[in-house]
Design a protein around this ligand. Structure first.
Ligand code: ASP
Length: 343
């Protein structure tokens, strides 16, 4: 029998939902459904203690304040458990996993975030397998980071993105190898895992409601969209650029607007609409202008990681200049400091 003790935090999501007349909504007796599933397996799984959120949410309603609550709940219980499983909706799971990795730096225990595409208790549900495997992974000494487990894949939390609304393979990490593949055997990719830190370095600032906005470039987009966004006085804007970090450069007004926003302290970040690879501003003339206007290329970070990291850095009280530098500084394995280039 395993001696390990895992804290299971149930925050909401499809995994704990049931059908209602209005569509899926959080079920009322999740703890009973869970114990009916896990009781027969006791002795083969680590012991668990359930921490159920008072109002389980659809993760589409999650805010940075919810990330902060989960981060603090784990930090408060950290010394009492060997590992943690966070049950969460899939829609914004990658954002929460990213934010947790920035709050809980230097982890010396696993924090496994998981959920499901079909609720627990429904026919053909993927919930039981995801939950049971996540519990086992949360008792594994080799994992010392925030990871996302879904359908046989263990991914680094801050490298993951939701890639399917339809398939059980709902998550992938296209810019980083999977941490483990779980079939009949658990195949750990040891070289991809973060090494165990010598000391935890938790950062749990007040997340508030940081003003980080996002703008996706689309062909023919009017500059008025950007101007309207800047009137909201954002702290940062993430631009979802084309390809390696390109944006239209035929209208000099765009670059002038960006340069003056940058000068006034707005942090401007470019990521790519492409799923794989990263941003290298300056690879094309259409990207060089952005760089000259002060936009920062985000290398190979996911959109979700950039969004959560900007929130984290601002919440830590950093100035815009320090946020610009800090964004490209690796906190928890979310960024490759150099990304491959053609020879
Ligand atoms: N809307 C749900 C959520 O994110 C979807 C899911 O859990 O799969 O909470």
């Amino acid at each position: 029998m395993s001696e390990k003790h895992v804290c299971l935090l149930y925050t909401g999501g499809t995994i704990g939902m049931e059908k209602t007349a209005q569509g899926y909504a959080p079920m009322r007796d999740f703890d009973n459904v869970l114990s009916r599933l896990l009781s027969p397996l006791s002795g083969t799984l680590p012991r668990y203690t359930l921490h159920q959120y008072r109002v389980p949410i659809d993760s589409s309603n999650a805010t940075p304040a919810d990330w902060q609550k989960i981060g603090r709940d784990i930090a408060d219980r950290y010394s009492r458990f060997d590992g943690f499983v966070v049950l969460h909706g899939t829609d914004t799971m990658a954002y929460t996993a990213s934010a947790l990795s920035f709050m809980l730096q230097g982890l010396r225990k696993p924090v496994i975030v998981t959920g499901s595409q079909i609720p627990l208790g429904e026919a053909r549900s993927d919930a039981a397998q995801n939950l049971i495997t996540a519990l086992q992974l949360a008792a594994c000494d080799k994992i010392n980071e925030v990871a996302l487990y879904f359908n046989q894949r263990l991914l680094r939390g801050n490298r993951s993105s939701k890639v399917s609304t339809q398939h059980f393979n709902a998550f992938d990490s296209s810019n980083y190898p999977w941490l483990a593949e779980i079939g009949i055997r658990v195949e750990m990719n040891r070289s991809a895992l973060l090494p165990r830190a010598t000391q935890e370095k938790f950062e749990l600032p007040e997340y508030g409601c940081g003003r980080v906005l996002a703008l996706k470039f689309v062909p023919g987009m009017s500059m008025q969209v950007l101007q309207a966004m800047l009137e909201l006085k954002p702290e940062a804007i993430i631009f979802e650029c084309y390809g390696a970090g390109n944006a239209p450069d035929h209208d000099p007004a765009l670059l002038q607007i960006l340069a003056s926003a940058n000068a006034s302290g707005v942090v401007l970040v470019a990521c790519s609409q492409a799923i794989q690879g990263g941003v290298t501003l300056g690879a094309y003339v259409t990207g060089s202008g952005l760089e000259q206007a002060g936009v920062i290329g985000s290398l190979d970070m996911t959109f979700e990681a950039i969004f959560a990291k900007l929130h984290h850095l601002f919440a830590m009280g950093l100035s815009p200049g320090s946020v610009r530098t800090g964004l490209l500084h690796n906190l928890s394995g979310e960024i490759s400091t150099s990304i491959g280039s053609a020879c």
